[in-house]
Design a protein around this ligand. Structure first.
Ligand SMILES: [Zn+2]
Length: 397
């Protein structure tokens, strides 16, 4: 596995091979050194050779990133990733995704980063609670579900793999850190880490799998607090997510909520050279039609995703979806219900919200409002496949 090796040694090897390929070392190194002696060009050649050796032994950070970028195969372990969706069972073609719920949860542990851990739940017990809900949506024709619980908030790749096998529903997990709710789901050491250091952790999860599970993340999930401006740490999370995207092609989904900060995030994407269509504005649900349309016109994905048994919210969102359709922007919209989830520490995992509100309430209401089957397929089949396909999307100048 390319990135299972230490980056430094891989990079040195790569640089050496590259220089060899361009002819600087077509003969073994010892002979080359001897060859410099006694020629008029020797001092110049020696200087050039010294520079090349210096670069090989102490590559500057920019060169490391450049080489990593070009050397980064979007195929890891021989699997084709570019343009595909990375599920907990490996990559699949977007056409295999089928009808998908783009933002749901299997388990969420709200206890905080300092106390959460796999010992807080029993996988078999959780599976007993969650499996009937996954089977229910499978019977309704759904094939895939994006599980949006980040690390330190209850992400459990092994549990997801188990549930995917038992339910036949394809599950997708994530990398990234969730800063919303004033960083209580962020481990203390991460608050001081640089954007590059955070990105490196997430990139490694994509390359090598999460912990020792062999499960790779299919997107980047971060969370920021609402407000007029991002806090410095939340801006750093966004930058780290951008850098991870450029190195891996993973789409960024950010818990943002109804908030002006989504437009600040759009500016950071631009500064970092990331295309807006690599970003999903999670929980745009309660924001105004005006802001949703503005975001969709910028090219961001607008996620109408926390719908539950609430008639007022349902009617408001049908109106907003009608407005997005009228503006010709339905191709930038995702719908889901942000439902679930097993809550460790609560009796029998607490009250589980089924994954069926979209199917049973939203879709009939949209049909009544004039949405065609083609529109509904766009929201639940084509758009999730496009939004989550792994592909580096750079900002166009
Ligand atoms: Zn959520």
């Amino acid at each position: 596995m390319f990135f299972g090796l230490k980056v430094d040694s891989v990079l040195r090897g790569y640089l050496r091979n590259s220089f060899c390929r361009v002819g600087a070392c077509a003969v073994p190194r010892r002979k080359r050194t001897l060859g410099f002696r006694g020629t008029a060009q020797a001092p110049t050649l020696r200087r050039i050779y010294g520079m090349v050796r210096g670069l090989i032994d102490h590559p500057p950070r920019e060169l490391v990133l450049l080489v990593l970028f070009f050397a980064t195969p979007l195929s890891v372990s021989g699997e084709e990733i570019e343009g595909n969706i990375m599920t907990v069972d490996g990559p699949i073609a977007p056409s295999e995704l089928g009808k998908a719920l783009s933002h749901e949860h299997v388990l969420v542990d709200f206890i905080g980063a300092s106390e959460t851990g796999y010992e807080r739940w029993d996988r078999e017990t959780v599976a007993e609670v969650v499996l009937p809900h996954l089977l229910e949506i499978r019977n309704l024709g759904y094939q895939s579900l994006f599980e949006c619980t980040p690390a330190y908030l209850g992400r459990d790749p092994q549990l997801l793999k188990m549930l995917s096998e038992r339910s036949g529903i394809r599950l997708v997990t994530n990398t990234g850190f969730y800063g919303a709710r004033k960083n209580i789901y962020i481990p203390a050491w991460a608050l001081e880490a640089s954007a590059d250091a955070l990105a490196e952790i997430w990139i490694q999860e994509f390359r090598n799998g999460i912990e020792d599970t062999g499960v790779r993340p299919g997107f980047i999930k971060i969370g920021v607090d609402r407000g007029e401006r991002l806090t410095p740490f939340h801006a750093k999370l966004v930058r780290a997510a951008c850098r991870t995207h450029l190195a891996t092609g993973l789409t960024i989904a950010s818990h943002t909520g109804p908030s002006e900060v989504v437009f600040e995030i759009a500016e950071i994407l631009e500064e970092e050279g990331v295309s807006p269509d690599a970003f999903i504005w999670v929980h745009a649900t309660r924001d105004s039609s005006e802001n949703q349309i503005r975001a969709a016109k910028l090219g961001l994905w607008v996620s109408i995703d926390n719908l539950r048994e609430n008639a007022i919210l349902l009617n408001a969102n049908v109106e907003r979806l009608v407005a997005l359709k009228a503006a010709g922007l339905l191709h930038r919209v995702l719908v889901s219900q942000d439902a679930g989830w097993y809550r460790p520490g609560e009796e029998n995992g607490g009250a589980f919200a089924p994954y069926t509100f979209v199917e049973r309430s939203l879709l009939p209401a949209l049909s009544e409002a004039g949405f065609t089957q083609r529109d509904l397929d766009m929201l639940l089949i084509q758009n999730p496949a496009k939004a989550y396909a792994v592909s580096v999307r750079k900002r166009r100048d």
